[in-house]
Design a protein around this ligand. Structure first.
Ligand code: FVH
Length: 292
């Protein structure tokens, strides 16, 4: 504990996100020891009060709570494997993006070395860290989550999902899947109107209103249908109708001389669902193909 009762924390990785985490901890009065492979990237946080460790081993030795925020799980192993013995007695919190399988492997590996492990999935970009818009999924050791809680609270909201370390990345990647699906549709919309010389900013208010209206009604209806397994109730736009109209999106793109490659996978899913006899049901029934 610092003289102000704030838990001291070690942070490994001072990329855009690691730096934002360190700054949030320092702003809340937590003593921070930081390490980064490229030492020059530590200068900014050093100026704000972080202690910069010259080696990973010294960073590990400095504090019981160790947060890793590196590029990927391979880089976490690259950094920690050579100093693995130093993990004994540590509480390792890994906020690096990865898969559920990677998180479970790392949790088991850390445990064998005598460390407790908490995984995290950050649902924010660096400027959001420390604001109410940021939140992080955690799963793994509940003990670590409890002990590190005051430090973790400085990053934004927290959502602890249970002892399986794979759950935090699972939820993280589920939300990112939703985000990327939306982003890619928006990019296609801008491409299509752009082919007629329309500025993206002209389309934005129309697209925003449309997306907000469609997505908010879709979310609740889809969840209800998926949970019940009944895709045929209260269908206002059945999938057979949608599969018949959907080719026009690609045809319009071709007429305008732009690519429709982003749309092909959904056309295929809709066609297969209709061919399997589910044409009268709702679009969300394609989940039955994805599940297999
Ligand atoms: N930035 C974002 O918007 C997202 C938001 C959600 C969470 N992600 C994940 O956070 C992890 C770190 O992302 P980042 O934004 O800090 O990434 P970079 O700025 O590219 O920094 C990468 C750090 O990783 C270090 N590093 C990379 N490879 C190695 C290695 N083999 N050995 C040691 N360190 C390595 C790198 O060090 P250096 O290049 O400065 O020496 C940076 O510290 C990530 O999982 C995101 O998916 C961010």
């Amino acid at each position: 504990m610092s003289e102000h009762g704030k838990t001291p924390v070690t942070v490994l990785g001072l990329g855009a996100m690691g730096t934002a985490l360190v700054e949030a901890l320092l702003a809340a009065g937590h003593p921070v020891t930081a390490w980064n492979r490229t030492a020059s990237r530590a200068e900014g946080v050093a100026a704000k009060g972080a202690t910069v460790a010259p080696t990973v081993a010294e960073a590990l030795a400095a504090n019981e709570i160790v947060i890793a925020c590196l590029l990927d799980y391979d880089s976490v192993h690259e950094v920690l494997d050579p100093v693995a013995a130093g993990l004994a007695g540590r509480q390792l919190i890994n906020l690096t993006n990865g898969t559920p399988g990677q998180a479970r492997e790392m949790g088991a590996w850390a445990e064998e070395l005598g460390a407790e492990y908490l995984d995290g999935g950050i649902m924010a970009v660096p400027p959001m860290i420390g604001t109410p818009a940021s939140f992080i999924f955690y799963s793994g050791s509940g003990t670590v989550f409890g002990r590190a809680r005051t430090a973790l609270d400085t990053f934004g909201g927290v959502n602890y999902l249970g002892v399986d370390p794979g759950l935090a990345p699972l939820y993280d990647l589920a939300l990112l899947s939703g985000m990327y699906g939306n982003f890619i549709g928006v990019i296609q919309a801008y491409t299509l109107v752009g082919s007629a010389g329309v500025k993206a900013s002209e389309l934005t208010p129309l697209l925003r209103g449309w997306m907000e209206a469609m997505l908010s009604s879709f979310l609740d209806r889809a969840a209800e249908q998926i949970d019940s397994g009944d895709y045929g109730t209260d269908v206002v736009s059945n999938i057979a109708m949608q599969a018949a109209a959907f080719p026009n999106l690609a045809k319009a793109a071709a007429e305008q001389g732009v690519s429709a490659e982003l749309l092909a996978p959904l056309q295929s899913l809709m066609d297969r669902r209709v061919a399997a006899g589910h044409g009268a049901e709702d679009l969300v029934g394609v989940i039955e193909i994805l599940k297999k």
